[in-house]
Design a protein around this ligand. Structure first.
Ligand code: IPE
Ligand code: IPE
Ligand code: MG
Length: 241
């Protein structure tokens, strides 16, 4: 247990969230799966607002994994529509709050319409000094990201623009599609205790909190509870302190 001297006392700077449980929430409430995803988007809005209020530096959300392409076409189409709807509805508000939006993952797979929307949303919110960096993983998989990094760095090495001996942890970060280098707190809702191919490289020293509630039931109070619990954690990073 952390003793009070070792408590880290601060809120996490960089938070990742695996927003899981939309489907089960819908089924439990006798609704269509797409209704669960829709409710989930509403929760994102509330949590973003809370994160801005609490001075969090970045929030990185798992919206759609590379493995989620294996879901029924109807569900995938509903999610695609929701992405467009969410951008249309939330960008003006994000702009007002100075929230900088960034999408990452294999975005090409989502087609031109979504890519154009994403381009618009990122441009509209491209603040030099943002209040919050909001990163959304779409068509993202941590293993594929590592494969992509290896591929890109290998190309640089063969062309001579990167020296093999100069490859460091920072090199990996700079070639990753993930906009944040290190996650301090990772939250997963929905009760399952697994990572499901989210930010594999960036969670090396993350505190991980598994929450039983389904994502659509996750409240700002639950979020603030996670932040407060983080304050009581002793982060040692391998050292004897
Ligand atoms: C998470 O909710 C959202 C996405 C994966 C797109 P799920 O749809 O996985 O919800 P459960 O886990 O089936 O309840
Ligand atoms: C993780 O949830 C992906 C997202 C929340 C976007 P999944 O529902 O896809 O993960 P598994 O299948 O339970 O591992
Ligand atoms: Mg799930």
């Amino acid at each position: 247990m952390a003793d009070s001297q070792n408590n880290n006392k601060y809120y996490p700077k960089n938070i990742g969230i695996i927003m899981d449980g939309n489907g089960r929430w819908a089924i439990r409430n006798s609704l269509k799966i797409s209704e669960g995803h829709k409710k989930g988007v509403g929760v994102v809005r509330d949590i973003v607002e809370e994160a801005v209020k609490r001075g969090i530096q970045s929030l990185t959300l798992y919206a759609f994994s590379s493995e989620n392409w294996q879901r029924p076409k109807r569900e995938i189409n509903a999610i695609k529509r929701l992405v467009i709807e969410a951008i249309n509805e939330q960008v003006p508000e994000l702009k007002e709050k100075k929230v900088k939006l960034k999408f990452f993952g294999h975005l090409d797979d989502f087609g031109e319409k979504i890519q154009n929307k994403i381009f618009f949303a990122e441009n509209e919110t491209c603040f030099e000094e943002a209040k919050l960096n909001l990163n959304v993983a779409l068509g993202y998989g941590g293993q594929q990201d590592i494969v992509d990094i290896v591929y890109k760095v290998s190309e640089e090495v063969s062309s001579g623009s990167v020296n093999l001996k100069d490859i460091t942890k920072e090199t990996i970060n700079s070639y990753s599609s993930v906009p944040v280098d290190e996650i301090d707190l990772l939250i997963r809702t929905g009760g399952d205790k697994r990572i499901s191919n989210f930010l594999l490289y960036q969670i090396a020293y993350a505190e991980i909190m598994f929450i039983e509630k389904f994502w659509p039931d996750f409240t700002n109070k639950d979020f603030v509870n996670c932040l407060d619990n983080f304050k009581n954690v002793s982060r040692r990073f391998g050292k004897r302190i």
